[in-house]
Write a protein that binds this ligand. Structure first.
Ligand code: PBG
Length: 331
């Protein structure tokens, strides 16, 4: 016989009675330090340009991007993730490799203002190519191996400008290895790689494509991003990227793929990140604007779920909002 109290004496509600009790027994605690704020940087001066499908998100000049990054640091947010817009688009996405592009300039501006800021950059060609695909096209198909050196060069340009972390998101096979070897060869062995390892072809990227002006003009990304039906394949992608030298592996989008995140957590010891993407943000914003859901609670609940499922780090457009709520609660 067991000494355990029988089922009739178990009352799980006892520890839910007051806020203090609930806080005391909370199994997970998310902190602003674990959040990453995405920032869209555009060439040229002038005021912020709103992204219609992402209320509260703007395309910013280099100077404004540095101001926002500095606020994020003040808010206690762990890192920023920069996305760039080009001066001009062409089939090869040449502006992505320009040392005086919006992203390298923003990295320098942020590091000048706040040397302690952790700066990550997205490494992908889709915002820079005239066709909007993530790599170089040959006969209508994205040419994996011809794309690799260009992604590696882009990452090296960001590293030279001072990026702490580069985040390849093109879903090209061997992109992590390509970045790692170029970075190491050029003296950037200290630059970390956050791999968008398990990136699914998703309808939830829709609003981002407005922000980054990166919707493919023809076709879609299913030829290189993961199929929504495949969890095991996502784990193979993560294993592959970690094997190629990724320091952090990311699952994206977050909420529809929490199972992948949980399985990855059980299998890998590397830091895991999840990206609460533009469509996840837009859904909450749109419903809240109509008064259909309570925004702060929906944000807190979705981020807690992503954290509970196994993400150490969360990329979210709600980072500042969540951090403000955290400050309020702890006062
Ligand atoms: C670039 C990239 C995308 C996102 C991040 N990096 C879009 C895409 O693959 O179309 C999506 C981010 C978001 O939706 O918030 N390849």
């Amino acid at each position: 016989m067991t000494a355990e109290p029988g089922p009739s004496s178990v009352r799980l509600r006892r520890l839910r009675r007051t806020p203090r009790l609930r806080e005391w027994v909370a199994e997970t605690r998310l902190s602003a330090r674990q959040l990453v704020l995405p920032i869209f940087v555009r060439p040229g001066r002038g005021p912020p340009i709103a992204v219609e499908s992402m209320p509260g998100v703007d395309r910013l000049s280099v100077d404004d991007a540095a101001v926002l990054a500095s606020r994020a640091v003040d808010d206690g947010i762990g890192a920023v993730l920069l996305f760039g817009l080009p001066r001009r688009k062409d089939p090869a996405g040449r502006d992505a490799l320009a040392p005086d592009g919006a992203v390298p300039r923003a990295i320098r501006a942020i590091k000048d203002a706040r040397p302690e800021a952790v700066v990550a950059t997205d490494v992908c060609l889709c915002a820079y190519t005239s066709h909007g695909h993530c790599g170089i096209l040959r006969e209508g198909q994205v040419d994996n191996d011809a794309t690799l050196p260009r992604l590696a060069r882009m990452a090296a340009v960001h590293a030279r400008a001072g990026a702490d972390v580069v985040a390849p998101s093109a879903m090209m096979d061997h992109q992590v290895a390509a970045l790692r070897s170029t970075l190491d060869r050029e003296g950037f062995e200290r630059t970390a790689i956050l791999a968008y390892a398990a990136k699914f072809a998703s309808a939830f990227y829709g609003p981002f494509r407005e922000a980054a002006e990166s919707a493919p003009s023809e076709g879609d990304r299913r030829g290189y991003q993961l199929d929504r039906r495949n969890g095991r394949e996502a784990l193979r992608e993560i294993a592959e990227d970690l094997g190629e030298g990724a320091d952090i592996a990311m699952v994206k989008p977050a909420l529809p793929y929490l199972d992948v995140l949980a399985r990855a957590r059980a299998r890998f010891d590397a830091p895991l990140a999840a990206y609460q993407v533009s469509g996840e943000y837009a859904m909450i914003k749109a419903a809240a604007a109509r008064g259909w859901i309570d925004e702060p609670t929906a944000v807190a609940e979705s981020l807690a779920a992503i954290h509970r499922a196994g993400a150490d780090l969360i990329v979210t457009y709600f980072a500042r909002e969540w951090a403000a709520g955290e400050r309020e609660e702890t006062q």
